[in-house]
Ligand binder design. Structure first.
Ligand code: ZN
Length: 494
């Protein structure tokens, strides 16, 4: 027990155990009070998601979300029960919350929030994503909410030819705080974690992979090897959990996966955040590229050259002059030379249109835009996708703003509710033990339930529902893995 590890009293351990037992059996949420409710509540993934989904649902009726919508929702019976009653927030707090949620929710315009969830480019991505997902699911084992296998993939394509089973592991990071055990604010996932001001207490970031049926990605007795990484954000500590850490964790995850699931292929799902979408240091990109030849030009890290381009017919195009070049040995060629070699250079071509705001639909107006649209440049994948592909696995990204599709969010939410029940700790290791224990207390039944909830959302989108409709349907058909076929007709009647 966490409380044992933390050297807590017996009664506390008993209370915690009783509570967890109750929670697992009834799924009922214990009511709790936040120490400083208005600043801490958004750190709870479940609470934040409840608001997000509610806003999504009501945004279907109008176009915008207002601060007052949040105030009303918090005072609703359902939320009052969840929050332990008699909690009200001001419009000012609601506005602050909306600002903090912007990265998941959408753009702010004159005090009103527009649903980013249904933005044209996001919807387009979602459609393509769901098509890929359908193909993934074909090779996945699917479980119902009782853990019974409802579909086993037929992996024999032709005699003697067997496809690999695909095993889903979803990734995410979450931060726990020592003092009040909370996140102070939702930060954009794109930003590095900011150091916490004094008084917040220590923070511990957990990055992990979770599977619907296998739980955490680990292998061996007592999780001898595991993909989970703990990270103490702050200057005196481990630094930031950045691009390199993310790649390192991905390699570790594949090591563990290959031990645990030999002969299977891993599907690693990540949030659509820029830190996850970064190109490899040598990746092809026209961004920041110089027009003229330049000595010692590197795209990202000093000393790391951009890889060769690939021309039709699989012909390689080095982007640097050879080392025995007479005047520019080993120099970077620059966009002009690169395009000349591709037969795409036009006299008087600009390096880029003003502020790179090219005329819409133009693909070869300036050098940068032209290179940008070259097939090899356009096909450059993220570093994560490359490292997974290099070992025969798959990495994919959820659509932006669709936190409801990443079921690990609810796992964090569950663990945090438990964590809040534990007593405050004084030392770093005590806190760590506490956090880990709470994470491990989330049962596999709960995890499967979370995964099925996300599957239900995917099903809703696949059936053509919009975000607001999906939020409604998910509430109505709570407990089902797929929605009724006639859901669209039902919606039309509303
Ligand atoms: Zn241009």
């Amino acid at each position: 027990m966490a409380s044992k590890a933390a050297a807590r009293g017996k009664s506390h351990a008993l209370q915690l155990r009783r509570w967890i037992y109750n929670f697992m059996n009834s799924g009922a949420l214990p009511t709790h009070r936040y120490g400083s409710f208005t600043t801490s509540a958004l750190g709870d993934e479940d609470f934040a998601q409840a608001i997000h989904l509610h806003l999504l649902e009501i945004s279907g009726r109008g176009e915008y979300i207002r601060a007052l919508d949040v105030v009303k929702f918090v005072s609703s019976e359902e939320m009052q029960h969840y929050l332990g009653g008699k909690v009200t927030i001001s419009e000012r707090t609601a506005r602050r919350w909306l600002n903090e949620m912007e990265w998941r929710y959408g753009k702010i315009l004159k005090g009103m929030y527009i649903d980013g969830h249904e933005r044209a480019d996001v919807v387009q991505y979602r459609i393509a994503f769901l098509e890929r997902w359908l193909e993934y699911e074909r090779r996945m084992q699917i479980f119902d909410r009782d853990g019974k296998v409802v579909r086993d993939p037929k992996l024999t394509v032709k005699p003697g030819e067997v496809e690999q089973r695909l095993v889903l592991y979803t990734h995410d990071e979450s931060t726990f705080y020592a003092n009040d055990r909370r996140k102070t604010k939702w930060s954009h996932k794109d930003e590095p974690c900011k150091p916490q001001p004094k008084g917040e207490g220590e923070s511990l970031m957990v990055a992990d992979f979770l599977s619907p049926e296998f739980g955490r990605l680990k292998h061996g007795e007592e999780a001898a090897r595991e993909a989970r990484v703990l990270f103490r954000a702050g200057t005196r500590r481990d630094g930031w959990f950045d691009g390199d850490n993310i790649i390192e964790q991905a390699e570790l995850a594949m090591d563990v996966f290959e031990q645990r699931h030999p002969f299977c292929q891993m599907l690693a799902m990540y949030d659509n955040a820029t830190t996850h979408l970064r190109r490899p240091p040598d990746g092809l990109t026209a961004y920041k590229m110089v027009l003229n030849p330049k000595r010692e030009w590197f795209p990202k890290k000093a000393g790391v050259r951009m890889r060769d381009g690939t021309l039709p017919g699989d012909v390689r195009q080095p982007l640097y002059f050879p080392d025995d070049h007479e005047t520019m040995p080993g120099w970077f060629k620059g966009m002009r030379q690169i395009l000349k070699e591709r037969g795409k250079w036009r006299p008087k071509m600009l390096a880029e249109c003003e502020k790179f705001k090219c005329e819409e639909g133009k693909i070869n107006c300036c050098a940068r835009r032209t290179l940008f649209n070259e097939p090899d440049f356009a096909a450059q994948r993220s570093h994560l996708e490359e490292v997974f592909a290099a070992r025969g696995h798959i990495c994919d990204f959820y659509p932006k703003f669709h936190c409801e599709l990443n079921f690990i969010e609810q796992y964090w939410g569950d663990a945090k509710r438990m964590y809040r029940m534990t007593e405050a700790t004084t030392g770093t290791s005590e806190m760590e033990q506490n956090v880990l224990h709470c994470l491990d207390s989330v049962s596999s039944e709960r995890i499967l339930r979370f995964a099925n909830r996300s599957a239900r959302f995917m099903d809703a989108y696949r059936k053509g529902l919009t975000g607001p409709q999906a939020a409604w349907a998910n509430r109505k058909y709570h407990g089902h893995r797929v929605l009724p076929e006639k859901i669209m007709q039902e919606l039309e009647k509303m």
